[in-house]
Ligand binder design. Sequence first.
Ligand SMILES: O=P(O)(O)OC[C@H]1O[C@H](OP(=O)(O)OP(=O)(O)O)[C@H](O)[C@@H]1O
Ligand code: HPA
Ligand SMILES: [Mg+2]
Length: 188
Amino acid sequence: MSTTEIHPNVNRVIFTETQIKEKVAELAQQITRDYKDSKNLVLIGILKGSFVFMSDLVRGIHLPNTNVSLEFMSISSYGAETSSSGIIRIIMDLRTSIEGKDVLIIEDIIDSGLTLKHLIELLQSRKPKSLESAILLRKKEGLKTEVPVKYIGFDIPMVFIIGYGLDFAENYRELPYLGELKEECYKK
Ligand SMILES: O=P(O)(O)OC[C@H]1O[C@H](OP(=O)(O)OP(=O)(O)O)[C@H](O)[C@@H]1O
Ligand code: HPA
Ligand SMILES: [Mg+2]
C-alpha cells in the first residue's frame, strides 16, 4: 500500500493489511486447534464493528468434524463519541438457541470492556456448553472492568482506531488497514 492511499483523516497506520492478515491467520489456527473435538461451534459476530474481522477469521477456521454456524448480534454504545456512553443497546439479538453449544464471541475491539462484560453475562444465562471470545484489538489501559478473553490479536495504545470494520460516527469502516484517527476530527 503506498502512503498516498492513506486516508487524510488518519494520523498513522497502526497495523497494515499484511500485519492484520498474519495475525488473523494465527488466531484462526489456534481456534481450529482448540475446537477440533467440538460437536457444535457457534461463532457470534458483534455488529457492526466485527464484520471484516469475522469474515477473514472464519475462512481460516477448518473444522470438518464440527457443525460450525455463524450468528450475529448488533450492539451499540459509542454513537458519534470516542468513549463509551456506558449504555449498551442490543439492536439485534440471536436468531437461535445456543444452549449446550460451544460459543465463541467475535469482536473487533475491547476498550472499556463494558460491551463484552454485558454480552458475556447475557449469553452465559442462555446455558452454552462453553463461552469464549476472540478479540482483534485490546486497549489494556482503557479497561474499566475485568473481562476474560481467550484469543487476543493485538494490544494497542489509548488512541482512537478506525478501519478494518471500526468506525468513528459510522465512517471509515471500509479502510483496509487499522489507523489512528486524527484528534482534530473529534476534539472540539
Ligand atoms: O469495550 P467497549 O468500551 O464497550 O468498546 C467496544 C465496543 O465498541 C464498539 O462498538 P460500537 O458501540 O461503536 O458499535 P459498532 O460496532 O456498531 O461500531 C466495538 O465494536 C465494540 O463492540
Ligand atoms: O478505538 C476505537 N475505535 C472504534 N471503535 C471503538 N469502540 C471502542 N473503542 C474504539
Ligand atoms: Mg462504533
